[in-house]
Design a protein around this ligand. Structure first.
Ligand SMILES: C=C(O[C@@H]1C=C(C(=O)O)C=C[C@H]1O)C(=O)O
Length: 287
C-alpha cells in the first residue's frame, strides 16, 4: 500500500541555523519515502503554501498566514532568547533616527522583515520606506540607509568591519519585550497528517533524534560549517549553542506576542493560534 504513495517532500532551509535538525537525520530508514528540497525560507514558504512541500521548517510568519492548512511539530523551532547572531540590521544612523529612512529588506525572509517593522513602528514610532533586494549588503546599501540580512548572509557580513552600526533583532526584541523570538517553526500540511499519520510520526522522531545527536556533540557540524563558510570553531560552537531548537511554553509565548503585534499592525489577518500536532501513533505505542 505505502509503495503507491509519492515521497513526502521535506523542506530544508538553506542556512546553517537549521543544521541540527537535519545533520543526523536517519535517511537510511526512509528508503524512497521522503525527499529533501533545500531552499531559502521565502522559497520554502511559497512552496509549502502551494502544496509542493509537505513538512519542514518555514518562517514562523508564514505559519501565521496559513493556520487553516498547517499544524506545528512540537519541540522544534529555530529560536533565540537574546542574541541570534544571524538576523542583523546594518545601519548608518541609530534606530531612533530611521523614520523616513530607506531600508532594504532581504528577499529571503518573512519573519524577520516583519519583526523589524514591528520593532520600528511599535517601539520607535518610525515609518521608514522599505523595499526588497537580493541579500548582498554592499548593493543593498547603495540605495538604502539600512539593510537587513538573515542566515549565512548575515553571519558573513558580521565578520567584516564595514563601519556600520549592527543591531541583532532577537536581542533588540528581548530588550524591548523580555520575550523569546522563534524565527522558524516546523510546519506540516494538515492533509499529510490525515493521509499518512504513521509516516509523520516517524519523520518527527527522526528530526528529534537528529537534533539530540547533533547538539550532544557539535564538533563535526562545527568543522563542516568552518569548511563551508569559514570562521572560527569557537564562533560556530557559540552559534549552535545560542540558537535554541525547542518550542516550549517560553518560545510559544514570545511567538504569540509577535503574532499579536503583527495582527495589530495589519501584517497578519488574524492573531495566529499555535496548533500543535499530536502524535497519536506515539501515544498508542507508549500506552
Ligand atoms: C535564525 C534565523 O532564522 C531564519 C529566519 C527566517 C525569516 O526571517 O523568515 C526564516 C527561517 C529562519 O531560518 C536565521 O536566518 O539565521
Amino acid at each position: 500500500m505505502s509503495s503507491t504513495y509519492k515521497p513526502v517532500r521535506i523542506g530544508r532551509i538553506d542556512f546553517t541555523n537549521v543544521w541540527p535538525l537535519f545533520y543526523n537525520f536517519p535517511l537510511e530508514r526512509f528508503q524512497g519515502e521522503v525527499e529533501f528540497i533545500t531552499q531559502v525560507p521565502t522559497q520554502l514558504n511559497a512552496a509549502m503554501a502551494k502544496g509542493e512541500i509537505d513538512i519542514g521548517p518555514i518562517s514562523s510568519f508564514s505559519y501565521g498566514e496559513h493556520t487553516d492548512d498547517y499544524v506545528l511539530l512540537p519541540n522544534m523551532s529555530v529560536s533565540a532568547h537574546k542574541r541570534v547572531k544571524s538576523i542583523l540590521l546594518f545601519h548608518r544612523k541609530p534606530l531612533e533616527e530611521l523614520s523616513g529612512a530607506s531600508i532594504a529588506l532581504p528577499t529571503t525572509s518573512a519573519t524577520s522583515v516583519n519583526l523589524l517593522k514591528i520593532i520600528l513602528r511599535r517601539f520607535y514610532e518610525a515609518e521608514p520606506e522599505y523595499h526588497y533586494d537580493a541579500p548582498v549588503l554592499k548593493d543593498m546599501l547603495k540605495s538604502a540607509d539600512a539593510a537587513l540580512l538573515i542566515g549565512d548572509h548575515a553571519i558573513r557580513e558580521s565578520w567584516k568591519d564595514n563601519g556600520l552600526m549592527v543591531t541583532d533583532l532577537a536581542e533588540e526584541w528581548n530588550r524591548l519585550t523580555g520575550q523569546w523570538m522563534s524565527f522558524a517553526v516546523c510546519a506540516i500540511r494538515k492533509q499529510l497528517v490525515e493521509e499518512r499519520p504513521e509516516l509523520v510520526s516517524r519523520i518527527y522522531r527522526a528530526f528529534m533524534e537528529s537534533k539530540r545527536e547533533s547538539l550532544s556533540d557539535l564538533s563535526s557540524m562545527v568543522r563542516d560549517a568552518q569548511g563551508l563558510l569559514g570562521g572560527t570553531a569557537s564562533y560556530w560552537e557559540q552559534y549552535f549553542s545560542s540558537l535554541i531548537y525547542e518550542f516550549g511554553p517560553e518560545q510559544q509565548a514570545g511567538l504569540k506576542l509577535y503574532y499579536r503585534y503583527a495582527w495589530e499592525l495589519g501584517f497578519l489577518k488574524q492573531e495566529a493560534p499555535i496548533q500543535l500536532w499530536n502524535d497519536k501513533t506515539l501515544t498508542q505505542v507508549t500506552e
